[in-house]
Design a protein around this ligand. Structure first.
Ligand code: HMG
Ligand code: MG
Length: 301
């Protein structure tokens, strides 16, 4: 079986990771985390979220973090749920934003305070204005494999939400297993269903949380299907404060280890990411859940 020669790792630790930490990490530590991840060769680092600060107090310092990064931060993507979030990103001159839709009714209500249909009314002017301003827009689809309130999510429902987000003008869809329940066969099936709906793997990214220990197997399944963009979080930080039982993302280090073993190019310096995660674990006061970080942390500076 032929695998892609090279992939892009889309680092979400500073956003998805830190949004779910009980401790609020100081802005200067966030800035250093982002700088260290960029220096480790990660080509994309999602930096923060311009959501309502009451909904995600951990990222209430989004403007401060991006202003401190200055020019360096302009190319980094940030989450925006609506026009207010977009305005905040535009004020800082940012060039990449991501909207985040839900494949289920309940999670749309819990995460966005909107019905499944109403979320599109919120995203439509957000994506249109972002595109008019020349920004690149990524779109997430959450709860692609299962939802804590609704159970299994029909594949057609996920494809329909994804199609609508692309039709609004998003350039890439990131398929989120928000609560980490999906398994490798389902990943293959969902990617196949998108293909049949005219959405090829060039438009897809995968975003696996590791709640049930399936994230790496799911990433391998997506790789076999030809996906070339993989979301991951340094040290396996992460979760979603509005999704019961969501834990960390696929750890960047675990993904890098597998890709290196398979001979798939990724451009990331594993030792530098491990050292960053070990440093971050010190700030968070708990060890990284990543097996690769635990194996290698004692060996890096
Ligand atoms: P709402 O309460 O319905 O907002 O929340 P609203 O539109 O009714 O506005 C109410 C007030 O909030 C107004 O202020 C707005 O200006 C203000 P007032 O006029 O009353 O003074 N407001 C804002 N302020 C700052 N920034 C904003 C903003 N928007 C409105 N952007 C809203 C709706 C979408 C804002 C809220 O539900 C929200 O912020 N939700 C975000 C939840 C979140 O961040 N979840 C985690 C990210 S998603 C995730 O992790 C999943 C993912 O990783 C993929 C996966 O794993 O599947 C991406
Ligand atoms: Mg997530």
């Amino acid at each position: 079986m032929s695998l892609p020669e090279r992939v892009t790792i889309y680092e979400v630790g500073p956003r998805d990771g830190l949004q779910n930490e009980e401790a609020v990490v100081p802005a200067e530590v966030k800035v250093e985390l982002i700088r260290r991840l960029l220096a480790a060769g990660l080509p994309v680092v999602e930096a923060t979220s311009f959501v309502h600060p009451r909904w995600v107090p951990q990222l209430a310092d989004a403007a401060q973090v991006m202003a401190t990064l200055g020019e360096e931060g302009r190319a980094l993507p940030v989450l925006v749920p609506n026009e207010r979030g977009l305005d905040r990103a535009l004020e800082l001159g940012l060039r990449h934003v991501a909207v985040f839709g839900s494949a289920t009714e309940t999670f749309a209500q819990r995460n966005l305070n909107r019905s499944l249909d109403e979320q599109f009314a919120m995203f439509e002017p957000t994506v249109r204005r972002a595109r008019e301003a020349g920004l690149d827009v990524r779109a997430y689809v959450s709860m692609c494999f299962g939802d804590p309130w609704e159970g299994a999510v029909p594949v057609e429902q996920v494809v329909s939400v994804g199609r609508r987000l692309l039709d609004l003008g998003a350039s890439q869809l990131s398929l989120g297993d928000t609560i980490g329940v999906g398994t490798a066969g389902q990943v293959k099936q969902l990617i196949g269903a998108f293909g049949e709906a005219g959405v090829g793997t060039d438009l897809l990214a995968v975003h696996f949380h590791d709640t049930y220990g399936q994230a790496l197997a799911n990433a391998y399944s997506a790789l076999q299907e030809g996906v070339t963009t993989f979301d991951a979080s340094a040290g396996g930080l992460g979760g979603c404060p509005y999704a019961e039982s969501a834990t960390g993302n696929l750890a960047t280090e675990d993904l890098v280890w597998m890709l290196t073993g398979l001979g798939v190019e990724h451009g990331v310096d594993l030792g530098a990411v491990v050292a960053t995660s070990a440093w971050m674990a010190g700030h968070l006061g708990r060890p990284s859940p990543s097996a690769v970080v635990r194996a290698l942390a004692p060996t890096v500076g």
